[in-house]
Ligand binder design. Structure first.
Ligand SMILES: Nc1ncnc2c1ncn2[C@@H]1O[C@H](COP(=O)(O)OP(=O)(O)OP(=O)(O)O)[C@@H](O)[C@H]1O
Ligand SMILES: [Mg+2]
Length: 234
């Protein structure tokens, strides 16, 4: 299988607030490979979420490019963007953003239903994912009856529905206690190894970052490599 590459070249992001312009990302060039894991570290306000949103095409850079393999995806029209996000990228955020009125199973199934799969196909895939994330017994529960860690497991299952080449996770453990956070990281890494995804995870927690193969540091708008291959080959 050809490994996918998600990369940014000369990426800049500046926010304009009235007469103030705030340069958050300055000329970042970095490539992420499928089947590898990466942490993006940085203090609060350093631009982690801004970077992750640009990588996932949820925002547009002020200058520079975002590539998925050879395709510049930074300025795609919204239809192509939806298709790209649907098939190539799974997203997890600090908060799980679940639909309270739907059951746990339906929260996952909805990903397939909007993509045109049959309800039976969606149900089978969703049960497979609930098994994989360890909460198959919660299929008929409502998401708000789950613990924080279980809700994040559900968000992960939903993100993995379309077998994405990359999982982009913006502080996925930010709302969890230390033990539950390590459980979620372990689960993400198991899924990464089993399904050959690339994982790009932002965090300010060095014990979470250490579990990734390569650690980048975001500071003063620049991204530098902090450590590499701490977990290579495991
Ligand atoms: N839409 C926006 N408009 C103006 N400023 C913004 C916008 N989004 C983010 N910023 C600013 O950009 C900076 C970086 O924000 P960002 O959310 O990327 O940081 P972060 O590293 O993810 O922080 P945290 O760890 O607290 O989540 C902050 O100063 C923030 O106020
Ligand atoms: Mg953030």
């Amino acid at each position: 299988m050809q490994k996918a590459v998600l990369s940014v070249e000369n990426l800049h992001k500046t926010f304009i607030n009235g007469s103030n312009s705030l340069a958050i990302l300055r000329n970042i060039t970095v490539a992420f490979k499928q089947q590898s894991s990466y942490a993006i570290m940085g203090i609060s306000g350093s631009g982690k979420s801004t970077f992750m949103h640009l990588l996932a095409c949820l925002d547009t850079p002020t200058a520079g490019s975002v590539y998925f393999n050879d395709h510049n995806i930074a300025h795609m029209n919204s239809k192509d963007k939806d298709r790209f996000l649907q098939n190539s990228i799974g997203l997890v955020f600090q908060l799980p953003y679940l639909i309270g009125e739907l059951s746990v199973l339906e929260n996952i199934m909805i990903r397939g239903l909007v993509a045109g799969m049959t309800p039976d196909q969606c149900r089978a895939r969703s049960m497979e994912l609930l098994d994989a994330v360890g909460i198959p017994d919660k299929a008929e529960s409502k998401p708000l009856s789950l613990s924080g860690g279980q809700q994040q497991r559900l968000a992960l299952a939903r993100a993995l529905f379309c077998r994405p080449a990359f999982l982009i996770a913006d502080e996925p453990t930010g709302s969890l206690d230390e033990h539950t956070a390590q459980d979620i990281v372990e689960l993400i890494l198991i899924c990464q190894r089993e399904w050959g995804m690339g994982v790009i995870m932002s965090t300010h927690d060095s014990s979470v970052a250490m579990r990734m193969q390569t650690i980048f540091q975001l500071k003063d708008g620049m991204m530098t490599i902090k450590n590499t291959e701490s977990r290579e080959g495991t």
